[in-house]
Write a protein that binds this ligand. Structure first.
Ligand code: AP5
Length: 208
């Protein structure tokens, strides 16, 4: 089993690109953020533990995340590999992942901090299908989402205060992973401050 990792700061466009790469590669998207939000909504023990960390823009403890991933990759759709979105975020998570699957590519979407706040504060998604949109940069069609089940959803942690804390967390705890993966020769930086289609094109070239 071999897998790819989408890496980058909050709001870099990992989820946006994941939907497109999934279509092109057939690899299922495994987003730890989405899994945690589902756990919070379902009020499970994991969700109750994770909520405070997420609301504050801090990382959920490694052990909780690694257990979620260990369970997820046992599911049938993961047999040929997966595309991780927002995981790993620490070196212990990356070490645990290396025991589970071979990571062939780490796609690092790079966006300057000053662009991140606007991206995150304008984000919304379709609760019908999960497609991500933006008030200005990528608005939903006036007739609604193409899934036909349009309902707007905004995230509780998409506000200016939490964004700053998520960015600080990223720089302190997650960005050291870039060197860790660079040394392994599988790190592919992609300029994420461009049109969505251009970024997708470069990611698909990096994955060839
Ligand atoms: P998570 O859900 O993973 O959030 P994140 O990493 O902060 O990333 P986002 O989902 O906010 O951004 P994205 O890169 O997917 O951007 P998007 O495509 O939506 O994590 C949430 C929380 O869960 C964490 O804070 C933490 O507490 C916890 N957590 C999760 N995983 C964890 C882990 N492994 N370990 C510990 N804790 C964990 O795009 C953003 C916006 O920009 C959208 O509106 C989009 O339309 C727009 N946009 C996208 N691309 C472009 C473009 N090229 N130009 C203009 N606008 C664009």
């Amino acid at each position: 089993m071999s897998s790819i990792v989408l890496f980058g700061p909050p709001g870099a466009g990992k989820g946006t690109q994941a939907a497109r790469i999934m279509e092109a590669t057939g690899l299922p998207q495994v987003s730890t953020g989405d899994m945690l939000r589902a756990a919070v909504k379902a009020n499970t023990a994991t969700g109750i533990e994770a909520k405070g960390y997420m609301d504050a823009g801090n990382l959920v403890p490694d052990e909780v995340i690694i257990n979620l991933i260990k369970d997820r990759i046992l599911e049938d759709d993961a047999v040929n590999g997966v595309m991780f979105d927002g995981f790993p975020r620490t070196i212990p998570q990356a070490e645990a992942l290396s025991l589970i699957t071979t990571v062939t590519h780490v796609i690092a979407i790079e966006v300057p901090d000053e662009k991140i706040v606007d991206r995150i504060c304008g984000r919304y998604s379709c609760s019908g299908c999960g497609m991500v949109y933006h008030d200005t940069f990528n608005p939903v069609d006036s007739s609604g989402c193409e899934c036909g089940n349009w309902q707007e959803k905004r995230r509780a942690d998409d506000n200016a205060e939490t964004v700053q804390s998520r960015l600080d967390t990223y720089h302190q705890q997650t960005s050291p992973l870039a060197d860790w993966y660079m040394e392994k020769g599988i790190f592919h930086p992609i300029d994420g401050d461009r049109a969505i289609d251009e970024i997708t094109g470069d990611i698909l070239i990096a994955l060839e």
